[in-house]
Structures are given as structure tokens and as C-alpha cells.
Design a protein around this ligand. Structure first.
Ligand code: 16G
Ligand code: ZN
Length: 529
């Protein structure tokens, strides 16, 4: 049975204000850090139950609010293979978080245990970590109370990136099995990835220094570990390592404002490439300054184009073309030029925004490359594809070399979730192999000018979409008006969707020319408002 008395005693230390309603959304619970204390306790209990439900497999809990401002915080659960929490449980997380009183919570818990058929005699194992936010330590203390209340065996991953936490979950669950994903420690993570990186760039021309904007977040810490591990291979310069989190810097700032972080203006030289991480280091945006110090952004779509073609080339050169099919997953936010470029070369699927949709769709390919335009993404190798690659008998020395490259590529990539630093190293590998500068990479295709605006509306739930969020079905009649507007713009495309993380509706527009893209976005926003 549930340890009711212990749960009640500890829960009373974390009372919930009746006026706040929490919601487990696309990125878990996310709001002001100072109102999250009761949520963390309840998430601790839920994580324990999730582990029991899965026969004692390790569940992850990450305390972060990613690219949000410093006062925000959040929490999300990670399932045993390092993937997002099964969506059917999101509603239970929301219910438990909102139970008003101690008695309500215990009643909700008992109902849930019955409904989900959870065997309480099973063990519970949970690993947790947090980013650098000031509200983190107190929230972790609340989480630990929740884990104690349900009797979970815990491991504190400390202060680390979201992708490292995902890696820990996967490695703890596969330890000592044939599916082992590496050593279950942060050092294991750094060693696995940096070793594969070194193997892949061995013999290539010396790499030019790479500047990383760490968003003043936890990526600075992991970035430094890579800096040390790669000191003889890739000179890394870390910027924005301890100022205000995500303020005027970071991947979200760069992608949204389409600008260089002001703090890099004096640091970055013409022709030099650099990249920005977000606050928990699971998003990556590259850029460079041309000779005239003009800023050029290389976003998630450009990363897809670069890395997918690299993998396709390796597969071909290894003689595996018939056995392994590479495909790409994008969302409606993918630049139209990237979709055109990729569709001419590979199967491309468009899905709704949010990692769980992309990840799931990517699993349907032998090798699935997915990046959101905002820079979150990774590459997934199906278990069969991995076996095929590892067991392939090359018929020439050249095939043998590329096969080894493919195997190392698998090890550089964090397949559990988008990982800015691992993705960054993958990009560096491709640039080294192709001898590309930022400009050459950029010239794979030319981005269509685009604009994203947010609109505050009375009720964002009135906006319902279909066709991977590319068309509105409600409010009735609005899509027809958007279509009519879009037809007036050369190369025009626009869509409207409710945000999953903010109380707004987002409008995206692109067109052949910059002023037209801006105008279309604002005119569509005018229709929505
Ligand atoms: C979350 C998603 C991200 C998505 C973004 C869209 C995860 C882990 N993260 O940050 O993939 O791009 O939401 O936000 O799924 P929006 O719904 O507010 O536009
Ligand atoms: Zn993030």
C-alpha cells in the first residue's frame, strides 16, 4: 500500500496555493520558479510511481526552464530510454499537481495507482539534475521530499545539462546489457563523445577556434569539460559563462531576433564561425560574420541539411545504400528553402511542433535526422541500422574507412534527445570533412526571409490546427482569409498556431523578399487579433 502517513507528513511541508493552476505542457511544468515548490514534491512522487510502473527502471527528472528568463523554472520527466515522458501520463501529472489539499492529493494518488495498475511492491529508482537557476536548489529539495515520500532510491546528477541527464537515464538502464549506451557518468558522456570526435577529425587540417555563447547557463560547465577533453583537437572559446541567464544571448535570442548576441560583437572576427546554446544546452544555432561583418545565421534547418547529407554520403560510400534509408523530419517552422532543398534529396516528413512528435517520426526511418528550426534536434539510428552498420563486411579499404566513420558518428551523437554540444561536434566534423567555411555551409541553399510574431488573444484554445499545424480549422473561416492574403505574396507562406508554452498565438510568415515577409506576418497577425 502507499505510505500515506509519510506522504501526508512531507506533503504538508509543500502546500499549494489554491489560486494557481499548473499544466504539464510540451516542456513539462514551466512557470515562475517561486511558485513551483508544491509541483516539485508531487513530481517526485509521480516519478517514483512511473519507475514502479516500469518495473523499477530508472526515471529521470530534470529541473530547468531552458531558454526562459532566469526567474522561471520548470520540471520534466524522462522515460527509461532517455525519451520524453509517455504523453498519456501528462494528464496525470497535471491532476496530481493541481490537487488542492493534502486529502485531495492522497485521494488522487490512490485513484491513479488503481487506474494505472501500479504494483507498489516494485522498486523505484530516479535520477535527477538541475540547471544553474537560483531557484534550483530549493526546488530540488522539494523534489527529494517527494522521492523520499514514495520511497524511491535516488541519484543526484547535480548541476548539468538536460541532454546529460537524458544520457544518464539511458546508460543507467542499459548498464551491463548488450544495449549498453556507455558509462553511466558525466565523465563517461564526455569521454564517449570526445573520443569519437577525435577519431573522426584525425588527419584533417587543424580546426579553427570555435566560439561558444553559453547563454550564461549550464552549457558553460559541460562546454568546459569538452574544452579540456579536446584541447589538442578543437580550440574552444567559451563566452557568456556566468552573467544573467539567457539575457541578450543564447540560441533562442539569436534565432528569434536574427542577430548576433551583443556581447560577441567585439569578440568575433569577420569570417569566423560561432554558435549559441540555450540555457540547458539542448538547442544549438550557428552563425558567422562575413567580410563586411554582416551576420549570417545557420539554424536547425541548415544543421539538418549539413548533417543529413554527410550521413547519406557515408552510407553510400560504405556500400550500405540499399540497406539503410536516411530520412528527415521537420516542422512547419522549417524554412521553405530548406524543405525544397531536402525534398529533392531525401524523404522529408512534416510533424507538429515539439520534440516528442519529431522524435517519434524520426524513429520510423533507418536513420532519422530531425531538427527544429530553433536548433533542437538529433539523429536517430534504428537498432537494426546500427547492427547493419557495425556488422557490415566492407569490400574495399575505402568502404572500411567510411564504415568506421559511421560507427564513430553514431557515438558522437546523443540519440536520447537534442544535445547542443554533441550536435555542435557533429557539425564541426562535417565542416572538417568537407573543408567548409561558414559561408560555404550557408550556401547550400538561401533562406527565405521570414518573420515570427506572437499575438495575445482572448482564448488561444479557440485556435485549432490540422496538417501538422500548417492549417487552421478553427476559428472557422480564418484559414480562407489567410490563404487569400498569402496568394498576394511571391513565395509567400504563413501559418497560425497556438503556443504550447506561452499564452499566445504564434504567426509565422515567409516570402521572397524581407519587407514582404514582415508585411505578411503583420497582416496575418491582424486577422488573428
Ligand atoms: C518546447 C519544445 C520545443 C518547441 C517549443 C515550441 C520540447 C522538449 N520542447 O520548448 O521542441 O519548439 O516548445 O514552443 O518538446 P511553442 O509551442 O510555445 O511555440
Ligand atoms: Zn532547452
Amino acid at each position: 500500500a502507499l505510505p500515506i502517513d509519510e506522504i501526508k507528513r512531507l506533503l504538508d511541508l509543500h502546500p499549494k496555493s489554491p489560486s494557481i493552476r499548473y499544466q504539464y505542457g510540451t516542456a513539462g511544468f514551466r512557470t515562475l520558479g517561486k511558485v513551483l515548490d508544491p509541483v516539485l514534491f508531487r513530481v517526485g512522487v509521480l516519478a517514483g510511481l512511473r519507475s514502479k510502473k516500469l518495473d523499477g527502471k530508472v526515471i529521470g527528472v530534470m529541473v530547468t526552464a531552458s531558454h526562459n528568463p532566469e526567474p522561471d523554472n520548470g520540471v520534466k520527466l524522462v522515460d527509461p530510454r532517455g525519451e520524453m515522458l509517455e504523453s498519456a501520463w501528462e494528464i496525470h501529472a497535471t491532476n496530481l499537481a493541481n490537487a488542492a489539499t493534502t486529502d485531495d492529493f492522497v485521494a488522487a494518488l490512490e485513484d491513479f495507482v488503481k487506474l494505472a495498475k501500479i504494483d507498489l511492491s516494485k522498486p523505484a529508482r530516479v535520477v535527477f539534475a538541475r540547471d544553474t537557476r537560483p531557484s534550483g536548489p530549493a526546488l530540488v529539495a522539494s523534489l527529494k521530499d517527494g522521492l523520499q515520500a514514495i520511497g524511491a532510491e535516488t541519484r543526484d546528477g547535480g548541476i548539468t545539462t538536460t541532454p546529460v541527464l537524458h544520457y544518464l537515464v539511458r546508460t543507467m538502464n542499459t548498464k551491463g546489457t548488450s544495449a549498453s549506451y556507455g558509462d553511466d557518468s558525466e565523465e563517461g558522456y564526455i569521454t564517449k563523445i570526445s573520443t569519437a570526435f577525435k577519431n573522426l577529425v584525425a588527419g584533417k587540417a587543424a580546426l579553427a577556434p570555435l566560439t561558444i555563447d553559453c547563454a550564461n547557463g549550464v552549457g558553460a560547465k559541460t562546454g568546459q569539460q569538452f574544452q579540456d577533453a579536446l584541447k589538442d583537437t578543437l580550440p574552444i572559446v567559451l563566452e557568456n559563462t556566468n552573467g544573467v541567464l539567457n539575457e541578450n544571448c543564447g540560441a533562442d535570442y539569436v534565432k528569434t531576433s536574427q542577430k548576433l548576441p551583443p556581447s560577441l560583437e567585439t569578440v568575433l572576427q569577420a569570417g569566423q564561425r560561432a554558435c549559441s546554446l540555450d540555457g540547458d544546452a539542448d538547442r544549438l544555432i550557428y552563425y558567422y560574420l562575413d567580410e563586411r561583418r554582416q551576420f549570417h545565421m545557420l539554424d536547425g534547418d541548415k544543421i539538418t541539411a549539413l548533417t543529413a547529407s554527410f550521413i547519406v554520403d557515408l552510407v553510400k560510400a560504405s556500400g550500405l545504400e540499399q540497406k539503410i534509408k536516411v530520412g528527415v523530419v521537420q516542422t512547419a517552422y522549417a524554412n521553405g528553402s530548406s524543405t525544397k532543398y531536402l525534398t529533392e534529396r531525401l524523404p522529408v516528413k512534416c510533424v507538429s511542433t515539439g520534440v516528442k512528435h519529431l522524435h517519434h517520426a524520426a524513429e520510423h526511418y533507418d536513420v532519422g535526422v530531425y531538427f527544429e528550426a530553433n536548433g533542437h534536434g538529433t539523429v536517430l539510428f534504428s537498432p537494426q541500422a546500427e547492427d547493419t552498420i557495425r556488422n557490415h563486411k566492407p569490400s574495399t579499404p575505402a568502404q572500411s574507412t567510411t564504415q568506421t566513420h559511421l560507427i564513430n558518428t553514431i557515438d558522437v551523437i546523443n540519440q536520447t534527445v537534442g544535445d547542443a554540444l554533441s550536435d555542435m561536434l557533429l557539425v564541426e566534423i562535417v565542416l572538417a570533412h568537407k573543408s567548409y567555411s561558414g559561408a560555404e555551409w550557408d550556401s547550400l541553399y538561401a533562406d527565405l526571409p521570414n518573420r515570427l510574431v506572437k499575438v495575445v488573444v482572448g482564448d488561444r484554445n479557440a485556435f485549432k490546427t490540422e496538417d501538422a499545424e500548417r492549417r487552421l480549422v478553427s476559428p472557422v473561416g480564418l484559414q480562407a482569409k489567410i490563404d487569400e492574403l498569402v496568394r498576394k505574396y511571391e513565395g509567400g507562406r504563413s501559418f497560425v498556431r497556438p503556443s504550447g508554452t506561452e499564452d499566445v498565438v504564434r504567426v509565422y510568415a515567409e516570402a521572397a523578399l524581407r519587407p514582404q515577409a514582415d508585411e505578411l506576418a503583420f497582416r496575418v497577425a491582424g486577422l488573428v487579433y
